[in-house]
Every structure is written in structure tokens, then in C-alpha cells.
Design a protein around this ligand. Structure first.
Ligand code: RAM
Length: 343
């Protein structure tokens, strides 16, 4: 970032916060804003971590004189219909912003548009919908191609460049998982032309069905598939459990995306060697800052037209095409580092 741009941003932030917190003797604290976070489902450590990050940001903003009333609401397990109902009920409460992670790439579009039409700022995080005009911004947790490279390089390293791969996904209509699958296939074709996807199974982000689909992979596709890449936080521990129960630990390489606490046990048992993710706490934190900046009109416009958003302690983020803000890079948890993390 150019030094002048950085200086302008710093000055802007100091002035805004200074004005809101100290500058106005009659009202040193701004009017509270109300923000609802609607995850795909509430009952998983992954989304609890997102919630923690959002709460942290809300607390910080409050301390800066920018109070936020924060609510976390959604279906307890993955369910598109319930998610739509939740958002419909929230619209009736007229909040300032809704943060969503969509179970389905299409089905939420009308209800998000309804929220926007009602004057509510709509910010996606984790999983988007297909129509960018249905929301204001989307906070993307990780670059699709970097994530694909990280997962597929691990498969190549442990199983070989010609490995048969079984993918265990979430809902067949999940935007994030489908984008990662496409990126993994493209990266395989480019870097390991003999590697191939043997099957894709969908466990709907539910523990029971994910476990069953992992068993299907083991019973119907092993040894053609010697790697399972489980790309939902719910499915990965289920796949590890299925491989353990089948007595195939070390024979089928299992990796994927989940919170570290979900796979510590399997790492200790040697069934899992690596777990890949990003920081879900930071994801919720950044999404909350984006909502705040949007509602309070605190986005920063640079001279050449680029827009930046202030992400609190995470720094400034440039808004990309289609109003997507990229959080960062994938992180690999290994037997050596996993005990440093507790989420
Ligand atoms: C699940 C959800 C979420 C995804 C993580 C990795 O909990 O499907 O959208 O980002 O896994």
C-alpha cells in the first residue's frame, strides 16, 4: 500500500474515532447499531469460533464509542429452510445489519434481497450466494486456489502424484465447498495430471450422514481412492472416525478442513496428519467490522477509486471485484503445532 494512502487511512480512522468518542461534548458515544449473525448452523465449533470473533469486534467497537448490539441466531444443524425462516424473522425486527453464511448458493437470494430492500445492510461471510447484488459485501475466508493447492499438495506428498481422491463435501448447493472442489480439480489437472477425483459424496454438514458417506467411500471406493479430502468442519472428524473404525488408519490418507479441537484425537492416534483451515475467529471479527463500517459509512475511498475497509486489529482490507473482501491464507495444523490451538 502506498505510504500516502496509509497516512490518509490512519488519519481518517483517528479523526472518526476521535470525533465519535471525544469530539462531541453532547454525545460522546454513537447510537448503538444492531447486528445479527446467521451462520449455516449454530451447533458447531467452527461457527462458535466465528461468533466469538464477531463478539470480540463488537466489544472493541463499543470501547471506541461505537456500540453494537450483537445477536447470533440460526438453525442448530444445517438446514436451508430454517435459515431462510430465521432471516425472515430477523428482517421483521429491523436491525441495521445481517451477517450470513449461506447453506445454499441460490435459495437465500430472495430473502437477502428482501433484507436489503428493507434498508438492512447485508454482509456474507464463509459461504456466499450466487448473486452479488443480493448482498452488500462478502468476506471470503481464504483464496480458493491457495486452499486447493494446500490440500492437493498434501495428498500428493502422502499418497503420490497419481492418487485417487474421494471428496466428502457438505450440501451439494454450498457455494464455498463447490468453489473449493472446482479449484482442487483445476489444480490437479494443472500440477498432477494423473491425480483424479474418484467420487464426491455429500454429507450435508450433518454428523450422521457425513459418517455414512465416509463409510460409503471406504466400502465402495477404497483402494481406488486412497485419500479422503473432507471439506466441511463436520465431515472431517466423521471421516477420520470411519477410517479408524475400518482399521484403515495410515492406509487411507484423511485430510480436510475443520477446527483443530475436532481432530486432535485423530492426530494423536495417527489417523490424521494434517488439518487445514483459516482463522474462523478472525473471519467473524472482520465480518463484524465490515458491517459496522458499512452501517456507519466508514468505508475509505482512495483517490484512484479503490475502497478499503478497516478491520480493527487486523488492519485494512481492499475491497475486491463483486465487493468481496479476502481474509487471508490457509493454515496447516500438524502434530507439532496443533496443541497450541484451542478452538
Ligand atoms: C463447515 C461449513 C462451513 C465451512 C467449514 C470448513 O462447518 O460448511 O461453511 O467453511 O465447514
Amino acid at each position: 500500500m502506498k505510504r500516502s494512502v496509509f497516512l490518509v487511512m490512519t488519519l481518517f480512522l483517528l479523526l472518526t474515532v476521535g470525533m465519535l468518542a471525544f469530539g462531541n461534548p453532547t454525545a460522546s458515544v454513537a447510537k448503538p447499531i444492531t447486528v445479527y449473525m446467521v451462520p449455516k448452523f449454530t451447533g458447531a465449533p467452527y461457527f462458535v469460533a466465528c461468533k466469538q470473533g464477531a463478539m470480540q469486534a463488537a466489544k472493541e467497537l463499543g470501547e471506541l464509542g461505537l456500540p453494537v448490539k450483537f445477536y447470533f441466531m440460526g438453525p442448530s444443524t444445517a438446514n436451508t429452510e430454517q435459515e431462510i425462516k430465521t432471516i425472515t424473522s430477523i428482517i421483521a425486527l429491523h436491525p441495521d445489519a445481517i451477517l450470513y453464511s449461506s447453506n445454499d448458493v441460490q435459495a437465500l437470494i430472495p430473502v437477502l434481497k428482501e433484507a436489503k430492500a428493507a434498508g438492512i445492510k447485508v454482509v456474507g461471510f464463509d459461504a456466499d450466494v450466487a448473486d452479488p447484488s443480493a448482498r452488500d459485501f462478502f468476506v471470503n475466508q481464504v483464496d480458493f486456489n491457495e486452499l486447493a493447492k494446500t490440500l492437493i499438495d498434501l495428498v500428493a506428498k502422502h499418497v503420490g502424484p497419481d492418487a485417487g481422491v474421494a471428496i466428502l463435501s457438505a450440501d451439494p448447493n454450498a457455494a464455498n465447498q463447490n468453489a473449493w472442489i472446482a479449484a482442487m480439480k483445476a489444480y490437479m489437472a494443472q500440477s498432477y495430471p494423473k491425480m483424479h477425483v474418484v467420487t464426491i459424496q455429500y454429507g450435508e454438514d450433518l454428523p450422521g450422514p457425513s459418517f455414512q458417506k465416509a463409510q460409503t467411500i471406504i466400502n465402495a471406493y477404497y483402494p481406488k481412492a486412497k485419500a479422503i479430502v473432507a471439506i466441511t468442519s463436520v465431515a472431517f472428524p466423521m471421516a477420520a472416525q470411519a477410517v479408524l473404525q475400518a482399521g484403515l488408519g495410515g492406509k487411507i490418507y484423511v485430510t480436510g478442513l475443520t477446527t483443530p479441537n475436532n481432530v486432535k484425537k485423530y492426530i494423536k492416534l495417527g489417523v490424521v496428519k494434517e488439518d487445514v483451515l483459516w482463522n474462523p475467529v478472525d473471519l467473524g471479527y472482520l465480518a463484524m467490522y465490515v458491517a459496522n463500517d458499512l452501517v456507519r459509512n466508514m468505508m475509505i475511498k482512495e483517490i484512484n477509486g479503490a475502497v478499503y475497509v478497516g478491520g480493527g486489529k487486523l488492519g485494512f482490507y481492499k475491497v475486491g471485484p463483486n465487493n468481496v473482501i479476502l481474509l487471508g491464507k490457509p493454515f496447516v495444523f500438524t502434530p507439532q503445532n496443533i496443541d497450541q490451538f484451542n478452538f
